[in-house]
Design a protein around this ligand. Structure first.
Ligand SMILES: [Zn+2]
Ligand SMILES: [Zn+2]
Length: 377
């Protein structure tokens, strides 16, 4: 007899596995950043495992070269948003999945509150800025962070159990200095994105992307089920698809890490309207002697050293590029830029009075206390 398509019938075989908790997976909330090759695999696996709530963040659209490595995309999807198409494909795999695509950069569209309400964030992006940014947000929100990386031969998956281990190692603990050097190459003066910079293309295959997607799904499945053998420490699983060698190594916390050593996971978190001064939202005891650190540098303005022309920007460094150093009057790269990143509370209020605060969040430091104020989206 035909059975009706209810979640219970669909996933009843998983219920025969002694450690598999279908209800726990149905309640799980997972954020996936990046709906490219690895993102496709992760989303497909999470949906087929019966994960109930998925959010996908990707601002990119589908190009022909994505098709051979993306199980959820078809020829007719070219030029459509990756997140939209991936979500629609997952709904076809399981119409009961609550899956929400967000066609935007996670830094703009994903809040700390949304991360804190999630069981895990999975980074399937292919760049270090996204990985370090998500690592930072997950550390602050105390949410498990999974990172993926592939090329044509190797797949690597890292799991950082921030939800259960306050002193867990983080993604930046073992990041070699060469990565920071490579990141700096994209920027002029260390801050402004170079318009002319061409990202190096790393070729990948569905073999390494599906390996990474399977490992992420497996780690998540066992963490969510509270499986006794699930990894409890920060770990890296590394697979060589040619020799078939595979290793699992514990990632050690580094005392001087630029990520976890600077973030206090027990900091108070608040939200504020971009247009109002965050002072109002802070405990009054914090007001004296507060140092404000912006989540990213803010470009206040630029002044041409030749003609003296001044232009105000008040923009996050993520919203501008090195074109702002070009003076349209002098037709030369003659503009000196003015950034702020750390300032006193008084300076902060004077600088941003009556304006929108363009960064994602600010951190207020008094003594050894931190208050994080996130700007409303
Ligand atoms: Zn760290
Ligand atoms: Zn000029």
């Amino acid at each position: 007899m035909m059975q009706s398509d209810t979640a219970g019938d669909r996933y009843q075989r998983y219920g025969l596995i002694d450690w598999f908790d279908c209800n726990r997976l149905r309640q799980a909330r997972i954020v996936v950043v990046g709906a490219g090759a690895v993102g496709n695999e992760v989303l497909k696996n999470l949906t087929l495992l019966g994960v109930g709530h998925i959010r996908i963040f990707d601002f990119d659209t589908i190009e022909p070269h994505n098709l051979p490595r993306s199980v959820l995309f078809r020829d007719t999807d070219i030029d459509r948003y990756k997140a939209d198409v991936a979500a629609a494909a997952c709904r076809r795999l399981d119409p009961g999945v609550d899956i929400l695509p967000v066609n935007a950069d996670f830094w703009q569209a994903l809040t700390l509150e949304q991360i804190a309400e999630s069981d895990a964030v999975v980074c399937c992006a292919d760049n270090y800025e996204a990985r370090t940014g998500l690592n930072q947000l997950c550390l602050m929100a105390r949410t498990d962070f999974y990172n993926t990386g592939i090329d044509s031969r190797y797949s690597s998956v890292e799991m950082f159990p921030f939800a259960t281990r306050a002193a867990s190692a983080c993604y930046e603990c073992t990041l070699p200095p060469s990565v920071y050097t490579a990141m700096q190459k994209r920027y002029s003066c260390g801050r402004l994105r170079k318009v002319s910079y061409e990202e190096k293309k790393v070729p990948t295959t569905p073999i390494t992307s599906s390996l990474a997607g399977a490992v992420v799904a497996s780690m998540l499945l066992h963490r969510l089920n509270g499986h006794a053998q699930a990894q409890q420490e920060a770990v890296r699983q590394f697979h060589d698809s040619i020799s078939l060698a595979s290793t699992v190594s514990v990632i050690q916390r580094q005392d001087n890490c630029p990520g976890c050593a600077t973030i206090d996971p027990s900091a108070v978190r608040l939200t504020a309207k971009r247009s109002c001064t965050p002072h109002a939202g802070l405990p009054s005891a914090c007001a004296a002697g507060v140092e404000v650190v912006l989540s990213e540098p803010v470009l206040l303005g630029g002044t041409c050293t030749r003609c003296g022309r001044r232009q105000d920007y008040f923009a996050s460094v993520r919203q501008v590029n090195d074109a702002v150093t070009f003076c349209p009057v002098c037709q030369a790269q003659s503009v000196v830029t003015e950034f702020v990143e750390r300032l006193s509370l008084d300076e902060f209020e004077a600088t941003f009075a009556g304006r929108d605060v363009p960064c994602k969040f600010i951190t207020c430091h008094t003594g050894n206390r931190q208050v994080v104020v996130e700007m409303e989206i």
